[in-house]
Design a protein around this ligand. Structure first.
Ligand SMILES: *[C@@H]1O[C@H](CO)[C@@H](O)[C@H](O)[C@H]1NC(C)=O
Ligand SMILES: *[C@@H]1O[C@H](CO)[C@@H](O)[C@H](O)[C@H]1NC(C)=O
Ligand SMILES: *[C@@H]1O[C@H](CO)[C@@H](O)[C@H](O)[C@H]1NC(C)=O
Length: 562
């Protein structure tokens, strides 16, 4: 039981809309905040005023309170779970609190982040999440919005102190009303920093550094992560129509997502002007990513569940609600874009576009990311959305299912993360046969110096040395390349074109016979750059078309195996 202890030291905030708007004004009087205040007041009216939009098909929630029975059909979809107790305890960030001091931030390009968490019934889970997130120094602020009137929360409940959370400011808001999903967005609008991190209290995210590092490269986009099979599902739930600049996709946010606060403020304005019903506002998560009109940058990896009782998903007919609201979100976006009036929806597609993205999965040790341009799923433009021909999400799925992409079973066994999961017996499979120019590789969180790379495959690959070209980069933009077949292959001109600035040619370095493996599954490639500077990115590029899909079970550099 949570008690209201130490009242004077750490008062419990009980928030009303009025107090909320005062707080917004106090903390920074910028125009977006004023918009957010106005929007919030509209939203409060929508939530607590007379119920409108009676015609909305069926209320997303049953009128009674939640049904806490565990729905087995839902949980079956989560069968990728794996416990990682020892990992949870030993994980440490590669970033240090000093890097997030105001002075350091002026020059190092890092971004401090506000964590937004919701309190409901899983207080132990919430405490575990808070203590875990406190280990990561980019989280300089944690805002907890407690939607549970029966169990007030207090900052002290989280047992943080100057040892484990010196860099951190934590605030708890006890709400008198359950604002459901919506409270994530209103709370993020109060954040001190320009980016928020959302996570539910029933997961731990063991890949925070990896996802944060990828977020730093493209901080304008939503960065989320989910298990491979849900990633596959999300690929079906992309809604594209080039004629009206519609280029969006759905993502769950509860397993950990970095989000620009500007997108949240825009979303509040969208909610204010679209007059969604109360029931739909409660499931605002199903609208948010779609209404950004951008494809979220999503990683695919195993997840780590905490106690999952008492959740929203228990007992309600979740899939009906999900499908209805995702369709409603897409359909309303479509209408707005087609009307082409002045509104709060973005038209311009943000970079990098899906076909330019290559970060796919965090490494199991959270020290790197797996890269490949080979995407086994169709690009979003392969299915065009409009709300006349497509009247429900199932119809969109039917269109997508006609295309060529991996089956659930294939993807469960061969998703990206198996290349970097420290298990030689599980392998990423490219699904498509690689073409010349396709590549895979690593983005390491800290720079390393290495002169050879080892690829482990389920296939016989030790004769394929000349198939690959290696290039490295310190920043992911400027590449230093070498090819064992440099003089024979004119295609290297393509490499040279993209890497023209300060282009350095590295030499192929033959390995000693002893090193050249007798193991047919193992391929060692030696390389040597004259600049010899440590690098963070490594690309292994196919120099010619292969007849079959390629498998990578493991990758290794000197002192760095994944
Ligand atoms: C701080 O909290 C941690 C974890 O709850 C605890 O182990 C540690 O003893 C506390 N330190 C102080 C100085 O209170
Ligand atoms: C709660 O949900 C379960 C699983 O969906 C269902 O079998 C049960 O009948 C529900 N109970 C109530 C009281 O609605
Ligand atoms: C519906 O599909 C038809 C046939 O593909 C197409 O010509 C038409 O433009 C579509 N309707 C809308 C509103 O896009």
């Amino acid at each position: 039981m949570v008690k209201e202890k130490d009242k004077d030291l750490l008062p419990i905030h009980r928030f009303t809309g009025h107090q909320y708007s005062r707080l917004l004004n106090l903390r920074r009087g910028t125009i977006p905040r004023l918009i957010a205040v106005a929007t919030f007041i509209v939203i409060l009216y929508l939530l607590f005023g007379p119920t409108r939009d009676q015609s909305a098909t069926q209320p997303p929630f049953p009128s009674s309170e939640r049904n806490d029975t565990v729905d087995l059909s839902w949980n079956e979809r989560l069968n990728w779970r794996r416990g990682q107790e020892e990992e949870i305890i030993s994980r440490r960030s590669i970033y240090s609190p000093e890097m997030f001091q105001p002075k350091a931030l002026k020059t190092n390009g890092l971004k401090p982040v506000t964590v937004v968490l919701l309190g409901w019934k899983r207080q132990e889970g919430l405490k575990t999440v808070v203590q875990y997130l406190a280990k990561y120094p980019y989280f300089k602020e944690i805002l907890i919005w407690n939607n549970n009137k029966q169990a007030r929360l207090n900052v002290k409940d989280f047992e943080l102190n100057s040892t484990n959370a010196a860099h951190l400011e934590i605030r708890v808001f006890n709400s008198d009303e359950n604002l459901h999903d919506l409270s994530k967005y209103t709370t993020c609008s109060m954040a001190r920093y320009d980016h928020c991190y959302f996570q539910d209290d029933d997961w731990l995210n063991l890949y925070l550094d990896s996802i944060y590092t990828n977020f730093l490269r493209y901080p304008n986009l939503i960065h989320s992560n989910t298990m491979p099979i849900i990633h596959l599902e999300h690929r079906r739930w992309q809604f594209t129509n080039p004629a009206i600049d519609m280029h969006t996709g759905f993502t769950w946010l509860g397993c950990g997502a970095f989000i620009p606060r500007s997108k949240v403020l825009r979303f509040l304005a969208q909610l204010g002007s679209n007059g969604l019903s109360k029931d739909r506002l409660r499931v605002a998560d199903m609208y948010f990513s779609i209404w950004t009109n951008q494809y979220p940058y999503q990683m695919s990896n195993p997840l780590t569940p905490l106690d999952q009782k008492e959740g929203w998903s228990d007992g309600v007919d979740q899939w009906r609600i999900v499908y209805q609201n995702i369709y409603d979100a897409s359909s309303k976006l479509y209408e707005a874009l087609a009307a082409n009036a002045v509104d709060h929806f973005m038209r311009e597609e943000e970079q990098p576009r899906p076909d330019q993205r290559d970060t796919r999965a965090p490494c199991l040790n959270d020290k790197c990311l797996f890269l490949t341009n080979i995407d086994p799923f169709p690009l979003p433009t392969s299915v065009v959305f409009d709300n006349v021909n497509v009247t429900q999400v199932r119809m969109q799925e039917t269109q997508f299912d006609k295309l060529d992409f991996p089956s659930n079973d294939f993807w469960t066994k061969h998703a990206y993360h198996y290349a970097v999961d420290r298990d030689d017996n599980t392998c990423w499979n490219s699904y498509k046969a690689p073409h010349a120019g396709d590549y895979f590789g690593l983005h390491m969180l800290t720079a390393i110096n290495s002169k050879h790379v080892t690829i482990l495959s389920s296939q016989n690959i030790n004769h394929l040395e000349n198939v690959f070209a290696i290039s490295t980069s310190t920043n992911g933009d400027r590449w230093v390349g070498f090819s064992p077949l440099y003089i024979y292959f004119p295609k290297i001109a393509r490499l040279a074109r993209t890497d023209s600035m300060n282009h350095v040619t590295c030499k192929y370095q033959p390995l000693k016979d002893a090193v050249v493996s007798s193991d047919p599954h193992r391929l060692h490639i030696g390389f040597l750059c004259p600049a010899a500077e440590p690098f963070r990115f490594l690309r292994i590029e196919f120099q010619r078309d292969l007849p079959e899909p390629f498998e990578v079970c493991s990758l290794g550099l000197e002192g760095f195996n994944v």
